[in-house]
Design a protein around this ligand. Structure first.
Ligand SMILES: Cc1ncc(C[n+]2csc(CCOP(=O)(O)OP(=O)(O)O)c2C)c(N)n1
Ligand code: SF4
Ligand SMILES: [Mg+2]
Length: 312
C-alpha cells in the first residue's frame, strides 16, 4: 500500500514525510525495547520503562512519531532502552534540547525522562524556563531522593537528615517540593505518581501526553541500592497509604493544587493541576506562518539574500 505524503511545517520551510498507513500494526513491546536495561535488580526505574512501553502500545504510537530524551543519571539511561529516536543528552540539559525538537517538529510526541538531580539541581533553571514557556512536551522526573548513578550523594529532594556521601551527618538543606516547584514555575499540567502503582503511572502518562503544553509528572522511583524503603509509606504492600487526589479537587484551581502539594509525605497522587493556556509552539507557529507568507515562492538562497540585503 502506498503512503500518502503530508506537509510538516518546520522552522524555515516544510518537510515532506510519509504519513503512517492507517493499517499499520501498533508496535509490540519487542519492537520498542532496545538494550537490556542495566539498572540494579528491583530499581523502580524498570516499572517506569515498562509503562512507557505500555503507553506506546496502547496509544498506538509509531516509531517516527515519538522521541525519547533524557539527561544524565541512572534514570536518564532511559533512551538507551527504548527503540525510538531520542538522545541521552547532557546532565541537566535535556529540557532545552527537547524544547528545540518540540518547537521544530509539531508532529512528534516529545517525552523527557530524568532524575531529581538532573531536574532540580543542575537542570533547575531549565525546568523553570521550560515550564513558564509552556512548551509542549511531557517530562517525567523519576524521583528517588538521591543521586543514584554517582553512588549516593544528597539530592535536592533528599529529606532533612538523610545520610549520604555528601552529608555524612545527615542532610542539612531543606528539600525542594517538586510539585510546588512545577506549579510556581507555571507548568500547565502537574501530576504525581509512584512506580509501585503501575496502573496509576500509565494513567498519568496518558493524561500528560494528551495535554497541549508542558506536562510534568513526579514519579517516585525507588533506588533500592542507595535509598531502600524511601517510599514505603506510600506503598500499601509495605504497610503504607496510597492516597488519590480527592474527587472534589478542581484541577484548574492553582491554590488547591498548592494545598495538595503541601501535604506531608506520602501526600496525594494524581493530577493536581491541568489548565489550557497557549503554548509557545502555537505562538511561534503563528509568527513562522506570517514570516513564510512574506517570502512565499522564494528559494532558500533568495530568502538569505534578502536578509543580507537588509543588513547593508
Ligand atoms: C556536568 C555534569 N556534572 C556532574 C555530573 C555527574 N553526575 C552524573 S549523574 C549525577 C546525578 C544523578 O542523580 P539524578 O539526576 O537524581 O539521577 P539518578 O541517578 O538518581 O537516577 C551527577 C551529579 C555529570 N555527569 N555532568
Ligand atoms: S543505583 Fe539506584 S537508581 Fe541507580 S540503577 Fe541502582 S537502584 Fe536504580
Ligand atoms: Mg535521583
Amino acid at each position: 500500500m502506498s503512503s500518502p505524503l503530508t506537509d510538516v511545517p518546520v522552522r524555515g520551510g516544510n518537510i515532506v514525510i510519509a504519513a503512517p498507513d492507517a493499517d499499520r500494526k501498533p508496535l509490540t513491546k519487542k519492537e520498542i525495547a532496545a538494550d537490556h536495561p542495566t539498572w540494579c535488580p528491583g530499581c523502580g526505574d524498570f516499572s517506569v520503562l515498562a509503562l512507557y512501553f505500555k503507553l506506546i502500545e496502547k496509544r498506538k504510537l509509531l516509531h517516527e512519531k515519538i522521541t525519547t530524551i533524557a539527561g544524565i543519571g541512572c534514570s536518564s539511561r532511559f533512551p538507551y532502552f527504548v527503540q525510538s529516536h531520542g538522545a541521552h543528552y547532557i546532565h541537566g540539559r535535556a529540557l532545552p534540547f527537547a524544547s528545540g525538537i518540540s518547537l521544530s517538529r509539531p508532529d512528534l510526541h516529545v517525552f523527557v525522562f530524568g532524575g531529581d538531580g538532573d531536574a532540580f539541581s543542575i537542570g533547575g533553571n531549565h525546568f523553570t524556563h521550560t515550564a513558564r514557556k509552556n512548551i509542549k512536551l511531557t517530562y517525567v522526573v523519576m524521583d528517588n531522593w538521591v543521586y543514584g548513578l554517582t553512588k549516593k550523594q544528597t539530592s535536592p529532594t533528599s529529606p532533612l537528615g538523610f545520610k549520604s556521601k555528601t552529608d555524612a551527618w545527615g542532610a542539612l538543606d531543606y528539600p525542594i517540593n517538586p510539585m510546588k516547584q512545577a506549579l510556581a514555575a507555571g507548568a500547565t499540567f502537574v501530576a504525581r505518581t509512584t512506580h509501585s502503582n503501575p496502573n496509576h503511572v500509565l494513567q498519568m502518562m496518558e493524561a500528560a501526553m494528551d495535554h497541549d503544553g508542558f506536562s510534568f509528572i513526579e514519579c517516585l522511583s525507588e533506588c533500592v541500592e542507595f535509598y531502600e524503603g524511601a517510599f514505603d509509606a506510600s506503598n500499601p504492600r509495605k504497610g503504607g497509604v496510597f492516597k488519590e487526589v480527592p474527587k472534589e479537587h478542581s484541577v484548574t484551581d492553582e491554590m488547591s493544587a498548592y494545598k495538595l502539594a503541601d501535604e506531608p509525605f506520602p501526600g496525594y497522587f494524581g493530577v493536581f493541576y491541568n489548565v489550557a493556556k497557549p503554548t509557545k509552539n502555537a505562538k511561534e507557529a503563528g509568527i513562522n506562518k506570517a514570516a513564510r507568507e512574506k517570502v512565499k515562492g522564494l528559494k532558500d538562497w533568495q530568502i538569505l539574500q534578502k536578509s543580507f540585503d537588509r543588513l547593508k
